[in-house]
Design a protein around this ligand. Structure first.
Ligand code: NAP
Length: 321
């Protein structure tokens, strides 16, 4: 075996698991596709992580987590995990470079990616007016008219961020109320720079010469279903889309040799030990079924998963735990 524990993904969940695994004296290998930190890297100021006040940037936080994991002995490899299989008690991970790595336990910390609207103009104007990250692209839209789409925590957090850059934010949501936490929703509703318009969805993004110029909206009923004809085009300089995430669970969704139990959204179902339905395979953070996705909950998942992965490995080795 190449390690006791292979962790796929280096967001807050994966990095915390790496630290806890290494502290439990496991040989830990973390596979990271791009930079460590995952979506936390995009956080402007991590204000709600207990004990860290004032909040660090997501980058600084991820860097500190990474350093802690390395200091405790975790190894890191910059490679994508393209395949995962299991024979007997050994998992085999196939890497982007064609090599393989084996371990008796795996922690999936692969996170989730942005869900797109799938409307005309979304692809065409991506990076030229359409964005999925306010922290990254907001500063390009100072004092511009920006549409924000979505009714969850992300949409509200990002609308509030954008409201510091422009007083012309139009926040649309397809229902008659936000699904975001009340405190966030209230901040958006009270913000004088944000015009909230419920019961609307975006149908098309238009522009000319590679420049986004307008959007077409359509009314919806309270269930979010579209009703009536598309409305007249409205001027817009930017469209920020926060319509949720898609879990990165393809390594265990049955397309390959492994099929873990997933929920209807494709998230990996775990028990309180973060164990999936496949013995030895754990899942943490945004890729698993959980009612609340936060940096702090992902980190807690990572600690729990590493603890029980260590116990599982001990059991395999016939040691009493
Ligand atoms: P989310 O909670 O799944 O919300 C997605 C929103 O997009 C929903 O309001 C949904 O509408 C809407 N939507 C989905 N598809 C759409 C479409 N095709 N057209 C129009 N609207 C569409 O996703 P999220 O806001 O990204 O949050 C993900 C997780 O991260 C949550 O667990 C959240 O708590 C957590 N989070 C927490 C914070 C924080 O600071 N506390 C910040 C960001 C994220 P419906 O309401 O109609 O379904």
């Amino acid at each position: 075996m190449d390690a006791d524990l292979i962790i796929i993904g280096a967001g807050p969940g994966g990095l915390t698991a790496a630290q806890y695994g290494a502290r439990s004296n496991l040989s830990v290998l973390v596979l990271e596709q791009l930079a460590h930190g995952g979506q936390a890297l995009l956080i402007d100021a991590l204000e709600n992580y207990p004990g860290i006040a004032p909040g660090k940037t997501g980058f600084q936080f991820a860097d500190d987590l990474h350093r802690q994991a390395v200091d405790f002995g975790a190894r890191f490899l910059s490679e994508a995990a393209l395949g995962l299989s299991k024979e007997g008690d050994a998992f085999t991970v196939t890497l982007g470079n064609g090599e393989t790595r084996q371990a008796p336990a795996i922690i999936m910390a692969t996170g989730a990616k942005h869900r797109k609207l799938g409307i005309p103009g979304e692809e065409e104007f991506y990076g030229r007016g359409v964005s999925y990250c306010a922290t990254c692209d907001g500063p390009f839209f100072k004092n511009k008219k920006i549409f924000v789409v979505g009714g969850g925590d992300s949409a509200c957090v990002e609308a509030l961020f954008l409201s510091r850059l422009s007083d012309k934010i139009v926040h649309i949501h397809r229902r008659d109320r936000f699904r975001a936490q009340k405190s966030l929703a209230d901040q958006v509703l009270k913000n004088p720079h944000i015009q909230v318009r419920f019961n609307l969805t975006m149908k098309e993004i238009l522009g000319q010469g590679g420049k986004l110029q307008s959007v077409i909206l359509r009314a919806t009923n309270n269930k979010g279903e579209e009703e009536g004809p598309p409305l007249d085009a409205e001027d817009a300089d930017g469209v920020f889309i926060f319509t949720g995430t898609i879990p990165q669970s393809s390594l265990v969704n049955g397309e390959g040799p492994l099929k873990a139990e997933l929920d209807e959204g494709g998230y990996i179902i775990t028990d309180e030990k973060m164990a999936s339905s496949i013995p030895g395979l754990y899942a943490v953070g945004d890729v698993r079924t959980t009612p609340f996705r936060q940096v702090v909950t992902a980190a807690a998942d990572g600690a729990v998963a590493a603890h029980w992965a260590a116990a599982y490995i001990d059991e395999l080795r016939g040691e009493a735990y």
